[in-house]
Design a protein around this ligand. Structure first.
Ligand SMILES: [Zn+2]
Length: 343
């Protein structure tokens, strides 16, 4: 579908509407530009790449309800409006006939689906004039500390990320994310605002206000940050019967701990339990690295009692806590603690 485009500013009163009504007005993927004084290159905020992550929309709405007098144009992208509107609202990461909205950017290899066409058109709008920086605002599916995702050690990106938080995650996987599509163009970070709620909204609004404020000189990086990287992706076999909590019975292949997300972004010792399986059946979990190489055997082992445990020290990241989230993306990532970038 073609995106809704508002190059001269949002329709009057749009951001005064309640979130759901606002999305109803838009109906689909939307790009808009809030014109500024044109003294600096534009900045951009993207959000709703996932339909069940409302904090970014709520934060943008909070900021744009008041007229902003900015020295630069501000681009706003609200991507998967349809998924956000479906059912009770903010309940679907993406719809059954869609792809994941953060796996379709800048890719020439995928089929020309409506979503990819919308992503391409929006990317064209964002990059039609020089872009200074972009922030992509997300929630996490499980409970996570607030953190920001960077693609590399670019000092400007680290600087941008630490406007929001000093807990940083280095994402070196090729997945078709918006950040990847902007590589080499401008500093871009994703900000993960934990689970949606009042605290999450305050975190996002505060960070976005700092993002829209004056820019410190290039290279003025805050080196003191915690960095997790070298991510391994943990996926669950499509045909595996899984559930969170309860006992492992014959009809179930994998039981996941309901509180697995409690260890997100916290280093765990070897022996950390990821789940429970039947030791005599094929392992329904698979671990792959950034190159797609299988790292299952060196990362996980199965105890005699069926517990799937980690072999080395790992940092679990983005552990989810619903079967739907496991099916639509992955169970979690396992990372390592790295020394600060760009010091
Ligand atoms: Zn997301």
């Amino acid at each position: 579908m073609d995106p809704r485009r508002f190059p001269d500013g949002p329709p009057p009163g749009l951001f005064d509407l309640p979130a759901r009504q606002l999305l109803n007005e838009l109906g689909g993927p939307t790009w808009l530009r809030v014109p500024g004084r044109g003294e600096h290159p534009a900045r951009a905020v993207a959000t709703l790449l996932h339909g069940d992550e409302p904090t970014g929309l709520r934060a943008v709405r909070r900021l744009l309800r008041r007229p902003l007098d900015l020295p630069f144009d501000l681009h706003v992208v609200l991507f998967n409006v349809e998924a956000a509107l479906a059912g009770p609202g903010f309940a679907s990461r993406y719809l059954d006939d869609q792809e994941d909205g953060n796996r379709i950017w800048g890719s020439t290899s995928g089929p020309p689906t409506g979503q990819r066409r919308a992503a391409d058109a929006i990317l064209g709008d964002l990059l039609a004039d020089p872009l200074d920086a972009l922030v992509d605002v997300h929630n996490t599916t499980g409970d996570n500390p607030y953190h920001a995702i960077v693609r590399d050690g670019d000092p400007a990106a680290i600087d941008l990320a630490t406007r929001f938080t000093t807990t940083l995650l280095h994402w070196d996987l090729e997945a078709g994310t918006l950040l990847e599509a902007l590589e080499g163009t401008c500093p871009a970070v994703a900000v993960e605002c934990g689970l949606d709620g009042p605290a999450s909204l305050r975190f996002a609004v505060d960070g976005l206000r700092r993002f829209l404020g004056p820019r410190p000189g290039d290279g003025e990086v805050i080196p003191d940050h915690d960095l997790v990287g070298r991510l391994l992706r943990v996926t669950v076999a499509e045909d595996a019967a899984i559930r969170f909590g309860g006992h492992l019975d014959a009809a179930t292949d994998l039981v996941l701990p309901p509180e697995g997300d409690a260890s997100n972004l916290t280093p765990v010792d070897p022996g950390h339990v990821l789940g429970l399986v039947h030791p005599d059946r094929p392992l329904p979990l698979r671990v792959t690295d950034a190159d797609g190489t299988d790292r299952t055997a060196e990362t996980l082992e199965i105890r005699a009692d069926g517990a799937v445990i980690t072999r080395g020290t790992q940092v679990p990241v983005m552990v989810v806590r619903s079967v739907e989230a496991v099916r639509k993306d992955c169970l979690c990532y396992l990372g390592a603690t790295l020394s600060p970038l760009a010091t």
